[in-house]
Write a protein that binds this ligand. Structure first.
Ligand code: BMA
Length: 340
């Protein structure tokens, strides 16, 4: 098997554990999970569904923090080793491009991408209903909020780490104002991160597996490989007791990422551990970020667990890509760059 080439930086010091003896799964959990549990700071009841990036020899992140009034807000956090995190107790204060306050009423499920040398944040925001917010920081101290990239209702916005075909690309999931009982992944492109268009549907819910039968949504920032963009995504199934969130992965065409090449038929990880099955919302595993060492292909996957905990899992990128290809099942419409 030719070695998978990953486009990205070497991160030899990133969190890593070898696959435990006896484990045959392509993804395995960090032995010290959860990384963050209940009440991590005076103002935060729960920190989960959060995004981390390499930063100044360590790591920084934007964290979803549910306050004690039940509302979600974004907080910055820092770590030397990617495992022990210091979450700021004070929420992120956004200014607009003219320096005026531009604070979202609530904010959740951030994704962070290094793009053109700056750190862009996409999150779920209030715009008379759930919608996407977009902002940028250079230092994780001051944060500038940019034009809203969508109108309501939309969630799970994920920017690509570079332009493709001269355009910025964002995956997103049109939704409804509540706990949406449907959802597919779409892609839109922009010349300037302000005007978005040429919309395509990328992936649909469904397939023979029920784990992604209700809705799907983009998870972490896609990782560029010579075989395609590696995308972790969440899939949701409906049960008599509510939704269950698991995750899978897909490989998108490098030049035309609206085209799915392969996607997992079966989930890669589903709530099994106590910190995934019990919490504020039981049975949720929700990936939002990865760290990847381009040299070794090691992947560290940060995911929210039970809307309460921040957890970590590991995979080897070449094994994961081989697994996606071997276990692939496309859903009708997936590979066709559908535009209605
Ligand atoms: C979604 C979002 C996520 C959450 C999930 C499960 O709609 O609110 O933040 O993890 O539901 O509750």
């Amino acid at each position: 098997m030719p070695k998978l080439r990953i486009v990205g930086d070497s991160l030899p010091g990133m969190p890593w554990e070898e696959r435990p003896a006896g484990c045959s799964s392509v993804i395995w959990r960090h032995s010290g999970n959860p990384l963050i549990g209940w009440n991590p700071t005076p103002s935060c009841a729960r920190v989960y569904n959060s995004a981390v990036v390499p930063w100044k020899g360590g790591y920084a992140g934007v964290f979803r923090a549910d306050h004690r009034n039940g509302r979600a807000q974004l907080h910055a956090g820092f770590s030397k080793d990617g495992l022990r995190w210091e979450i700021r107790d004070e929420l992120i204060r956004w200014k607009d491009e003219e320096g005026r306050d531009f604070q979202p009423a609530y904010a959740y499920d951030p994704r962070v991408v290094k793009l053109d040398g700056r750190y862009y944040v996409v999150w779920c925001c209030d715009f008379s209903g759930a919608s996407l917010g977009l902002g940028v920081t250079d230092d994780f101290e001051s944060f500038t909020r940019l034009e809203n990239p969508s109108y309501p209702y939309n969630r799970n916005g994920v920017l690509f780490p570079r332009k493709v075909g001269g355009m910025y690309l964002m995956l997103h999931r049109p939704s409804d104002p509540a706990h949406t009982p449907f959802g597919d992944i779409y892609l839109s492109e922009s010349p300037d991160l302000v005007h978005w268009g040429r919309h395509r549907k990328v992936m649909s819910k469904g397939g023979s597996g029920w784990w992604q039968g209700t809705k799907i949504g983009a998870g972490a920032v896609p990782i560029e490989t010579d075989e395609g963009w590696l995308l972790l995504y969440h899939g949701v199934s409906g049960t008599c007791n509510g939704f269950v969130y698991s995750f899978g992965a897909a490989l998108l065409d490098l030049e035309r990422p609206s085209k799915v090449l392969y996607r997992t038929r079966d989930y890669l990880l589903t709530p099994e551990m106590p910190y995934e099955t019990a919490g504020f919302v039981p049975n949720v595993a929700f990936p939002c970020a990865t760290l990847c060492d381009a040299g070794t292909g090691r992947l560290a996957i940060y995911y929210g667990a039970a809307d309460t905990n921040l957890a970590l899992a590991y995979a080897q990128a070449d094994e994961l890509v081989a697994h996606i290809k071997a276990d692939s099942e496309l859903v009708p419409g997936d590979a066709e760059e559908y535009r209605g």
